[in-house]
Design a protein around this ligand. Structure first.
Ligand code: ARG
Length: 417
């Protein structure tokens, strides 16, 4: 396999909060072979990527995306305007933007039936470019819950959403078990359940629990038996508590977590994945794109509290992984969340590790991604400004390599030494 040498002025490898200066990263095929001191003798005739004026980091990981979603479609009537192709086309474009923004791995936690699974496969085949995708199926929802399509006549149920009963809507432990098994059968990597109401859904309340403890435990046990992790959308305190006690691996949003939830998450080692950027977009742009007033009111109830609870949970020692709900805002803007993570209590190094080392742990891929170390995939990004001084440097990623292949290069001088 081909060997490439990357000369890095600074390396934040994400194994700790520290950075190193002046190193050579040896890439062989799609993996990192070794990380050497700057004095390492690069053999004559080698391909050398010169990032001596940059900070090199592991490819970023977003644990909460919806790659099929467009952030310019907020009118609920859009449910009736598209076809599966609408979402397929969006996914191809969104995957590309995400990769070029420096996110070389994402977990997709809800795209209609199996779009994320197909997308993952097309990217892995090399047919289209995009990040590594850890794919869920459609999120499991109770009837009338956050994942159901509410507010229309009963006629719409069977004619327009035939997949709902098979792969998405589940009531009672038997249906939950069957749905998880069906999703596993069709190739998902992770199970997503909706444990409370939501902000952007119609007719439900973010604070209200959805699914009983027994249903959530069935989802978690069934997913784990199949070697899959399980993520729970949960804003409200009671839903968060049930999900943690059910053995779910991550709480998504965690907006209204109370002290008991925070203590339980810490005790159980449950990750919080808190999307604290998108409030800006929802209260700004989404309104222009047709978001109903009721949803705006719901956002106002959770946005500010979620940011405060991010700080509270982090300071209490809850494990945090980076996740943004991309698709709510435009794909490719994922790094805009770092600023808020720093504003609400993390150092830049801690925020970056949430999006690399911790994220890899949560998604169960630490053997392959999340750090720049020998043996990992050569998923490597670079920025010219210092992200440890100003984390917003990550909003402008100038170099992206995934699996040893360069997808973007705005700074390196690649030459044969
Ligand atoms: N998908 C989520 C929901 O509809 C978005 C929540 C966004 N708001 C927030 N403050 N994180 O519930």
């Amino acid at each position: 396999p081909k060997v490439t040498y990357i000369r890095a002025g600074h390396l934040f490898d994400a194994t700790s909060d520290n950075r190193r200066d002046n190193v050579v990263i040896v890439v062989e095929g799609d993996r990192i072979k070794s990380v050497e001191a700057g004095s390492f003798a690069i053999p004559n005739g080698s391909t050398v990527i010169d990032l001596r004026n940059a900070t090199v980091l592991p490819g970023l990981i977003d644990c909460h995306t919806h790659l099929t979603a467009r952030a310019d479609r907020y009118d609920p009537i859009n449910y009736f305007k598209g076809t599966p192709f609408t979402e397929g086309f969006a996914a191809v474009r969104n995957a590309h933007s995400t990769l070029l923004a420096g996110f070389t791995t994402v977990r997709d936690v809800g795209s209609p039936p199996f779009a994320a699974v197909d997308l993952r496969n097309a990217i892995n085949d090399g047919f289209i470019s995009g990040p590594r995708v850890v794919a869920s199926g459609p999120p499991l929802s109770i009837t009338g819950g956050h994942g159901d399509v509410n507010g229309f006549s009963p006629e719409t149920r069977v004619t327009l959403f035939p997949d709902q009963r098979d792969f998405r809507i589940a009531d009672g432990v038997d249906q939950v078990r069957q749905t998880v098994r069906a999703q596993v059968k069709y190739g998902v990597d992770v199970i997503k359940v909706l444990a409370t109401g939501g902000v952007l859904s119609q007719g439900d309340s973010p604070g209200a629990p959805q699914f009983t403890f027994e249903e959530l435990k069935t989802a978690a046990d069934e997913a784990h038996a199949a070697g899959r992790k399980v993520a729970a959308h949960a804003h409200g305190a009671e839903g968060i508590k049930r999900a943690i006690l059910a053995g779910i691996d991550s709480i998504e949003h965690a907006s209204l977590a109370n002290d008991e939830d925070i203590a339980l998450a810490k005790e159980h080692g449950t990750y919080f994945v808190m999307d604290i950027y998108n409030d800006d977009y929802i209260l700004g742009k989404a309104v222009e794109f047709g978001l109903p007033a009721a949803n705006v009111e719901k956002e106002k109830m959770v946005g500010r509290t979620q940011r405060e609870n991010f700080e509270k949970a982090f300071k209490a020692g809850v494990k945090m992984a980076f996740g943004t709900d991309a698709g709510v805002y435009p794909h490719g803007d994922n790094a805009k969340q770092f600023k808020y993570m720093v504003q609400f209590g993390m150092t830049p190094a801690q925020a970056i590790r949430a999006a690399t080392f911790n994220a890899a742990d949560l998604i169960g891929r630490s053997k392959d991604v999340g750090t720049v170390e020998a043996g990992k995939f050569a998923d490597i990004i670079a920025v010219s400004d210092d992200p440890l001084a100003n984390v917003q440097a990550l909003e402008n990623v100038q170099f992206v390599m995934k699996g040893g292949v360069v997808y973007k290069d705005k700074i390196a001088n690649t030459a044969v030494a």
